[in-house]
Design a protein around this ligand. Structure first.
Ligand code: ASP
Length: 325
């Protein structure tokens, strides 16, 4: 429908007028948010909490659809191609920015294929290993990884995933490439880490906190400047002796390009309400993260963040020299 409208000239203007009229009564049916990773992982967890609160505010069901693969770019492509009517949205993280450099042939245009709804949250990362890993500190893990580089496996959710970015930074900071194992999301990757089928993973606290607290994985460091209240015994990467690994995984909510401004505005308002929801705040706190402030849950803030993050990561990724087609 999107492409047809573009070709119809005057008729398109009439259709768009009708569309705007529809925007005033939006939403009239359920909304789908595409999570570009497998169910049960960190992006899924954040999205389901936000979707539930947005449902209450919008008076319509907001359901989550998991479209995992290729570091999140498959799900992003699906939303880029969707009708721009506000009924199919995308919740994607920092991968929206890093994929722009990582992929030589991205099947959409990062800065042109989407409307921006707003920032959702920024989540710390944790460096983990399977429970019976011999190393007890990050320094010991680095020594072990260097000595066993051809057999140490590192799980990630594909090129463009946060776990991929963190693993890439880890390998470049220790100067040793390790064996990477891609999954459709760190939900299934965590299952393998818990089962001991994979050795190391770097993943968001929204997926790792409960396992660290339960002692079912070994945690070596968090990527924040300060320790987290929910994980007081886990040192920061800097404290643990690894430089250049302070970063957070920010998430944004997007709509397909051409979604009417009134609809985007309604969605931003709803996102702002959801981020103040008591359940969202409480669950985010338990998971070691906080909702984005109201001023950031806006199209302008998300656009600015995406642009600055593309610029920030481009030279880092180019230096690491890992690209995908
Ligand atoms: N966010 C991904 C997921 O939900 C994992 C990642 O980006 O590493 O599975």
């Amino acid at each position: 429908m999107k492409k047809l409208l573009a070709a119809l000239g005057a008729a398109a203007t009439m259709s768009l007028t009708a569309f705007s009229a529809g925007a005033q009564t939006y939403p009239e049916r359920g909304i789908t948010i595409v999570v570009p990773f497998a169910a049960g992982g960190p992006t899924d967890t954040v999205t389901r909490l936000v979707a539930e609160a947005m449902s209450k505010d919008l008076g319509q069901q907001v359901i989550v659809e998991n479209v995992g693969g290729a570091g999140g770019t498959l799900g992003a492509k699906q939303v880029a191609d969707a009708d721009p009517d506000g009924y199919k949205l995308l919740l994607y993280h920092i991968g929206m920015a890093t994929s722009d450099t990582l992929y030589r042939n991205l099947p959409y245009k990062t800065l042109e294929s989407f409307e921006y709804v707003g920032l959702v949250t920024e989540v710390p990362m944790t460096i983990l290993a399977k429970k019976d890993m011999a190393a007890n500190t990050l320094a010991e893990l680095v020594d072990y990884a260097k000595a066993n580089a051809d057999k140490v496996t590192v799980a990630n959710a594909g090129i463009g995933a946060a776990s991929h970015l963190c693993g890439m930074l880890f390998m470049s900071s220790i100067g040793t490439p390790l064996v990477t194992v891609p999954y459709k999301g760190t939900g299934p990757a965590m299952t393998d880490l818990l089962g001991g089928q994979v050795d190391i993973m770097c993943d968001q606290t929204t997926n790792t906190t409960k396992h660290i607290q339960a002692g079912t994985v070994k945690a070596y460091a968090v990527t924040t400047p300060k320790r987290l209240d929910v994980l007081p015994d886990v040192p920061t990467t800097t404290e643990a002796g690894l430089q250049g690994m302070e970063f957070g995984i920010w998430h944004g909510l997007y709509a397909p390009k051409g979604t009417p401004a009134e609809v985007v505005d309604r969605l931003s308002k709803s996102l702002q309400v959801a981020l103040k929801d008591e359940n969202v705040k409480a669950r985010f706190a338990e998971l070691g993260t906080t909702p984005s402030p109201e001023a950031d849950a806006t199209p302008a803030a998300l656009k600015a963040k995406l642009e600055s993050e593309i610029a920030r990561w481009k030279p880092v990724i180019e230096a690491a020299g890992q690209f995908a087609d």
